[in-house]
Design a binder for this molecule. Sequence first.
Ligand code: LLP
Length: 404
Amino acid sequence: MKYKKRQFYIENVSAEKIAKKFGTPSYVYSYDKIKNNINNFKKKFKTINPLICFSVKSNSNLNILSIIHKFGLGADVVSKGELLAALKAKIKPEKIVFSGVGKTIEELKFAISKKILLINTESENEIIEIEKIAKKNKKKINIGIRLNPDTDAKTLKKISTGKKENKFGLTEKKFLEVLKKYKNSKYINIICLSVHIGSQITSHIPYKNMLNVVNKIIQKSKFKFKYIDLGGGMGIQYENKFKKLNYSKYNKLIESFLIKNNSNIIFEPGRSIVGNAGYLISKIIYIKKTNSKNFVILDTAMNDLIRPALYGAKHRILPSKINETKVSKNHEFVGPICETTDKFLNVTRYQKINQKDIIVICDVGAYGMVLSSNYNLRPRPAEILVNNNSTKIITKRQKLNNII
Ligand code: LLP
């Protein structure tokens, strides 16, 4: 973390300055961190030369997508809205994949009209609909088929997607059946096998298991897939004591997979590209002291950042100015919303803090603003991009007039 003269800095701008200039709560992103995350990702997976499609669901801000485009990434989208955003950020259609279990016919038609790289299908009924559209347009459409490898991602249950009880993809048996049925279709061109077992995966072992299943099914099918889309899920380090995914180990696994299967790899990372580049800056409204704990009531809440309430996720909360006085008492950081789950974090010992102090919630660049809502009729926060010592509003704070 970057403290200079006891003040928290995002690149070369202090959190205090941002709070004063733009108000709180505000999401703030570091341009440099996004750039470094992309470069590091590319470097670590260089030997397999993947097509990296940023998972737009993790952060769909147009300015962020433009940075993603600037550094050469494509996009993984799951709705017409995300596809429009990716195209508006000038991401080329031939670098866009469309995933999701429930694409509507309108969405399919739209994606086909934009000539994107491929549509990752998740059911036979979806393929039937694509075939109908293709027939009408006298076109052959590139698709992927998503496999459900029945692999445990060893992550939070609520963000696991690769077990057979999850709604995603096709079981091995169904996958082979569908492949056989459509591989010689006049209108469907199966070019990809896709798979995504979950998010925030911090060990390479679940990926190893997943690759084994993928490898086996390819051998069984005797089909040559031009692309293997391995999805995203690369875990980041939310707290220093936890580990993050070792990219080099994952890369090695893929290298040996590619010796057996000569395909092009697609990745769909979201969190690993933007997660640690985002901060939520908030002000303390009140500190309510009880015998057992101090409730630190913030001006941000679960409507702005729902990860703690929804998944029990923990995000570090740092003071914007450090002091030496420690208070050994449980501090419970909460929001003002009328829900018991509107709670961010418990800390047993914290520095002395006061009402009106500014705090910084870390690692909220992915699944932060995109999951925000107007619950309790609270306007959504502003989004600010920091690049060196310059700041730019990339989303204006919502006005009550616009939501009432
Ligand atoms: N590809 C597919 C098909 C996905 O479903 C996802 C995430 C990704 C790629 C990107 O995964 P990532 O690299 O970001 O882990 N809201 C939850 C995470 C939900 C992830 C949904 N799918 C959270 O805040 O942890």
